[in-house]
Design a protein around this ligand. Structure first.
Ligand SMILES: *Cc1c(COP(=O)(O)O)cnc(C)c1O
Length: 429
């Protein structure tokens, strides 16, 4: 009898098939070849008809050369660190694509000479925060803090409250970040109480700057006292404020969250913030404030190691100038509308035999912002066993497992996603 393995088409023949060849243009030679070889192996083992090798290869190819999987965020945590924090606005996504080629990121098209890098993004920030004389952008909030500590604090003392020695996540601690730059910390007050006099006593010839850090991910309540930015301006020292979350102006939806405009108006010399928290932009760190300080940081040798790429600058400009990013819309979502969506979705699922029920829920800003603020929301409750297959589905859905149920919280999802969510649940069963 003829050995069926001899009928398995060779790799060159599979790759020469017109449909496979066009996939090579899209996905690259290596990836398509590897997939074809795996399918050939299956055919040689007799698991597949040799005639199906081409069709199976096409079916087994991934839909993208990148293995990044989009995940529907049904956790109710609006900025989920494990999901990449802020989702970008459509305008920022479009800016990313435009910036992907060669661009004028560092070129003045009028003169044909080198121009200031990311001038448009910096101008957008300054327009949004008129109190800032200058702006600079680095890779993330931690980099902004490290740059400030290095340029203004190395070999000197950074004076900060014991109640603001924050761990920001994944074991990273702001005090350790600061001392890693060669600065000394001069802690003042106690965990729960600090007064202006505590700061005043700590100031001296060694002082580099006074730092105020927004606790971001926790609240201290009870017998507490702290000194607001407007109080710290009384001190005879440079004042740096790390607001964490990146609001450029006050947001009525989050009355307790600090913002860059207010911190500068209250007397901060330099404000530090993240770009991908409540601002809703790409990952980056913002430095806003007095021109002389910002210029010093920008010219520091370390600044080059923290430089952001053209993609970040483009997405940041579109976030600051363009339409509201998803996080801002989500923060303003009407709970009645969320509940109506949850009911519609639960009804459709129940009609298809899925044990689904609409419930009220509580969402959170997350991502180190607005701790303790519960945002009224709504969810579709499913049995807990749905959580894992939903995670592994297409599209992947990350739900919140709470009290033995799998909650699909709608707060972080736009209404357009409801249909996708419905299909994802139906695919699970
Ligand atoms: C989140 C946060 C940081 C770190 O910012 P990244 O952009 O995550 O590097 C620093 N300080 C505060 C107060 C924060 O909340």
């Amino acid at each position: 009898m003829r050995d069926p393995r001899r009928d398995v088409p060779g790799t060159d023949r599979v790759l020469a098939d017109p449909a496979v060849a066009s996939e090579i243009d899209r996905l690259g030679h290596r990836l398509v070849k590897r997939t074809a070889q795996q399918v050939q192996q299956r055919a040689r083992r007799g698991e597949l008809d040799p005639e199906q090798v081409v069709a199976e290869t096409l079916a087994a190819l991934p839909d993208s050369a990148s293995s990044v999987r989009p995940v529907l965020n049904a956790t109710g945590v609006l900025l989920h660190t494990n999901l990449g924090r802020a989702a970008l606005s459509d305008a920022a996504r479009e800016a990313l694509l435009r910036a992907a080629g060669t661009t004028d990121v560092e070129l003045d098209l009028h003169t044909g000479r080198r121009g200031p890098r990311g001038a448009a993004a910096l101008a957008a920030l300054r327009e949004a925060v008129p109190a800032a004389e200058a702006a600079h952008v680095v890779n993330n909030g931690a980099a902004a803090l490290a740059l400030a500590a290095t340029a203004l604090g190395a070999g000197r003392e950074i004076v900060l409250s014991r109640g603001e020695l924050v761990e920001i996540g994944d074991g990273f601690r702001i005090p350790e970040l600061l001392t890693s730059t060669g600065a000394q910390l001069r802690e003042v007050g106690t965990t729960n109480r600090v007064r202006l006099g505590d700061y005043r006593e700590a100031l001296g010839a060694e002082t580099g700057f006074v730092l105020k850090v927004h606790p971001s991910n926790f609240v201290i309540s009870g017998f507490t006292a702290s000194v607001p930015v407007a109080g710290l301006r009384e001190l005879d020292a440079r004042l740096v404020v790390d607001i964490g979350s990146g609001l450029l102006r006050p947001d009525p939806a989050l009355p307790d969250e600090p913002d860059a405009s207010t911190a500068l108006a209250d007397g901060a010399d330099l404000v530090i913030a993240s770009g991908d928290k409540l601002l809703g932009g790409p990952q980056c760190g913002l430095l806003l404030g007095r021109a002389e300080l910002v210029e010093r940081l920008r010219r520091h040798p370390l600044a080059r190691a923290m430089r952001v790429d053209k993609l970040t600058l483009a997405a940041l400009e579109a976030t600051v100038r363009g339409p509201q990013p998803p996080i801002s819309r989500a923060l303003r979502a009407d709970p009645a509308v969320l509940l109506r969506r949850a009911r519609a979705l639960a009804d459709q699922l129940a009609a298809a035999g899925v044990p689904a029920e609409a419930v009220e829920s509580e969402a959170a800003a997350g991502g180190g912002g607005a701790p303790g603020v519960a945002l009224p929301s709504a969810a579709v409750a499913l049995p807990e066993r749905f959580a894992k297959p939903l995670r592994l589905g297409d599209p992947a859905v990350l739900a919140r497992v709470e009290r033995d149920s799998c909650l699909l919280d709608l707060a972080a999802l736009p209404e357009e996603a409801d249909e996708e969510l419905r299909r994802a649940v139906l695919a699970v069963g």
